[in-house]
Design a protein around this ligand. Structure first.
Ligand SMILES: NC(=O)c1ccc[n+]([C@@H]2O[C@H](COP(=O)([O-])OP(=O)(O)OC[C@H]3O[C@@H](n4cnc5c(N)ncnc54)[C@H](O)[C@@H]3O)[C@@H](O)[C@H]2O)c1
Length: 336
């Protein structure tokens, strides 16, 4: 059963995104009031359209780098979940200066304002990509060396360090979540993420080109990511203050070849070409025991269940080619 958020007001910065729109709905279901600050960078405001007649939801369009917009959005909020960023290696590579300004500098300014805004809880969505290449027989845990392979991961690590410095003495309880690669249906669908991309391409064209098929990655459903954020917001302060938690499930780690095979179980006559030497060398498997042991967090979803559901949705024509530009972080449209 969902924790009761009645009487709480949560600011979700980036609440119109792939993860954010799922988190906002889940917070409302749990009884929270929710403020969203989002610049709708990808023209993605449609993701919250179905929730906007709920009087407990307030959507404010604005840039997280604008301290006045943040202060206004945080009025009355006991908690802030910072999701907004330029998310993913390709978009950060394409807009490096913006990525630094938003993901590291702007995010740090939000953190620095929390105590004066009277915010009690802060959750930051970081990424397991920070482990980069972890070719060890052991799983990467929260104490493992970080080995960023992209500007995206570098900006996330910058922000993590800023959060953890002084976290024990700050009034606001700060927590970092290093999240596995997301999959799952969301009102703001992204097909630039491995599981959904592979399943959709195989279901539409029956063809797929896959680089570095033997590289490993953990995966986590968007609803489970939302659940993890809420688990932290509801936890005892001393259990999460200044802590880093990996978010995912040890049984939900796959090579790219395994994801292809999962899709092929539900599709016949597909053709897949495997090549070596992509520009994305990430390869890591992660330990998720800390969040399970300390906060009792368990995932509710699996890639195995999701893939056939996505294939059915694709085959039913749910995702329209005319909307393609919305289905991923390809081009920044409203940020400069
Ligand atoms: N999707 C994943 O696989 C994944 C995995 C690990 C961690 N995460 C983290 O989860 C968070 C959410 O990811 P997502 O997949 O929902 O990304 P997303 O790109 O779908 O959502 C990001 C949202 O932030 C908004 N935004 C961007 N820059 C902004 C700015 N300057 N001011 C205000 N709003 C701005 C965008 O409009 C968008 O709505 C990110 O912090 C990401 O690093 C995601």
């Amino acid at each position: 059963m969902e924790t009761d958020f009645a009487g709480r007001r949560v600011l979700v910065v980036g609440g119109a995104g792939y993860v954010g729109s799922v988190l906002v709905a889940r917070l409302l279901d749990a009884g929270a009031h929710v403020n969203v600050l989002d610049q709708l960078v990808y023209d993605n405001g449609f993701s919250l359209q179905h929730l906007l007649d709920d009087p407990r939801l307030t959507l404010m369009r604005g840039d997280l780098r604008d301290t006045r917009a943040v202060a206004k959005a945080a009025v009355g909020c006991d908690s802030v979940a910072l999701l907004a960023a330029l998310v993913g290696d390709p978009i950060c590579k394409r807009y490096p200066e913006l990525a630094r300004q938003v993901n590291a500098e702007g995010a740090a300014r939000i953190l620095d304002s929390l105590d004066s805004l009277g915010v009690e809880r802060f959750v930051f969505t970081s990424t397991c990509s920070n482990y980069g290449i972890h070719e060890s027989t052991s799983l990467a845990d929260e104490e493992s060396d970080l080995n960023p392979q992209s500007l995206y991961a570098e900006t996330k690590i910058d922000m993590e360090r800023h959060i953890l410095t002084g976290a024990r003495s700050a009034d606001c309880v700060r927590t970092v979540l290093r999240i596995a690669t997301a999959y799952g249906l969301s009102p703001r669908m992204r097909f630039d993420l491995t599981v959904s991309q592979f399943a959709r391409e195989l279901a539409t064209t029956a063809e797929l080109l896959v680089y570095d098929a033997e590289t490993w990655r953990p995966y986590c459903h968007v609803r489970d990511i939302a659940k993890a954020v809420m688990t932290v917001l509801a936890a005892r302060p001393d259990a999460v203050r200044g802590e880093v938690f990996n978010v995912g499930d040890e049984a939900q780690q796959f090579t790219k070849r395994m994801i292809v095979e999962e899709a092929q179980k539900h599709l016949s006559g597909t053709s897949v070409e495997f090549r070596e030497g992509d520009t994305d060398p990430r390869n890591y498997r992660v330990a998720f025991g800390k969040i399970a042991d300390r906060l009792g967090f368990r995932v509710d979803h699996t890639v195995q269940d999701y893939v056939p559901a996505l294939i059915s949705a694709v085959q039913a024509g749910v995702f329209c080619a005319a909307d393609e530009k919305h289905y991923g972080n390809y081009e920044v449209r409203h940020l400069s």
